[in-house]
Design a protein around this ligand. Structure first.
Ligand SMILES: Cc1cc2nc3c(=O)[nH]c(=O)nc-3n(C[C@H](O)[C@H](O)[C@H](O)COP(=O)(O)OP(=O)(O)OC[C@H]3O[C@@H](n4cnc5c(N)ncnc54)[C@H](O)[C@@H]3O)c2cc1C
Length: 304
């Protein structure tokens, strides 16, 4: 079976997906890296066929899909891997539909056995694992952190310059969120929940984040309160994050929040309720009223 991968240079898991593709394809996978502009310095450049898409930043999903189809030249590999995330949302399902193959998201592992594709994927917000088997190919969104990025051999960088097709939608306006935190790439995240009690207390959390060199996340309750922007929401309907350290303050630990932070390597939770479910997911739990803890913590972090 032919195996291919399509990643973007701004996907944190680009190298992971390329590595999985090469492993499945026995080193002969057809791999494509989309670069918004010529940036040969990207770690994945030279590990995949690079395609420079002009104006990619403003490309809509339909344009990205048309570009992906053009890349595969009407003969897409049987198994196409993409990072699970915005690129899969834009391209994955459409590609699967046009190829008449199943689309599978949140894949934790992928194995090939002849013409069979076996995928183990997350289900019920990551609480369960579901094994799927299909015949003849699939379009698969690979979960970030599911496969290690390997040291792929450097190949000469082949750049294909490509302008995205004309937009299919008219009257569309791109709206950018300017909250500034890229949670997907963050190594440390400090997230605040309803337990903070006010917009001011949430805003003060930015000081903690700054002192820790962290990005600022939020529970949905904090977003619903209007304290945080939707792009900061961590969870099943927010961002899936995989930082080295995740600090949850005043967050109860609802399953919908936990599923977004399940990739975190080390979790610190602060909650005044010692029975809060967040403590079950925490490596370090602090039972405390945040408002009492914060002045002490600020002094300690600031070095006096
Ligand atoms: C379909 C669906 C999708 C959802 N998607 C998401 C999602 O993506 N992300 C998400 O986060 N939620 C999501 N939710 C909502 C989720 O179920 C919870 O309602 C939400 O996560 C609760 O947010 P919270 O923990 O901040 O608030 P609460 O549940 O109100 O918890 C507040 C916590 O703060 C503690 N606390 C209170 N005061 C203090 C204090 N002074 N000091 C320390 N601790 C204090 C309390 O003990 C409590 O544990 C979803 C729900 C549904 C139905």
């Amino acid at each position: 079976m032919r195996v291919g991968a399509l990643v973007r240079s701004d996907d944190q898991s680009a190298l992971e997906v390329l590595s999985l593709a090469q492993e499945l394809g026995g080193g002969a996978a057809e791999t494509y890296l989309i670069l918004p502009a010529p940036q040969a310095q990207h770690p994945a450049a030279g590990k995949a066929r690079a395609v420079v898409l002009e104006g990619l930043a403003d490309a809509d999903p339909a344009q990205l899909f048309a570009a992906a189809e053009a890349l595969f030249g009407g003969a897409a590999p049987d198994v196409v891997l993409l990072p699970d995330g915005p690129l899969f949302e834009a391209v994955g399902a459409r590609l699967a539909g046009s190829l008449g193959r199943p689309a599978v998201r949140d894949a934790g592992s992928v194995a090939l056995d002849g013409s069979r594709v076996r995928v183990v994927k997350g289900a019920f917000g990551g609480k369960a694992a579901l094994g799927l088997e299909t015949e003849g190919g699939a379009v698969i969104g690979v979960r970030q952190g599911a496969h290690p990025a390997q040291d792929l051999p450097q190949t000469s960088l082949e750049m294909v310059q490509m302008a995205p097709p004309a937009p299919l939608l008219s009257g569309r306006k791109a709206v950018r969120d300017s909250s500034g935190d890229d949670l997907g790439r963050a190594k440390v995240i400090v997230s605040g929940g309803r337990g903070l009690g006010s917009a001011e207390a949430y805003a003060a959390l930015r000081d903690v984040a700054q002192l820790l060199g962290a990005s600022l996340g939020a529970s949905r309750a904090a977003v619903d309160e209007g304290w945080a922007s939707p792009s900061q929401q961590v969870g099943i309907t927010g961002q899936k994050v995989a930082p080295e350290v995740y600090v949850a303050i005043g967050i109860s630990g609802a399953s919908q929040h936990l599923s977004g932070m399940s990739g975190a390597k080390f979790v610190v939770a602060v909650n005044r309720d010692d029975k809060a479910p967040i403590f079950e997911a925490a490596d370090v739990g602090v039972v405390a009223d945040w408002h009492a803890l914060w002045p002490e913590l600020r002094r300690a972090l600031a070095g006096g």
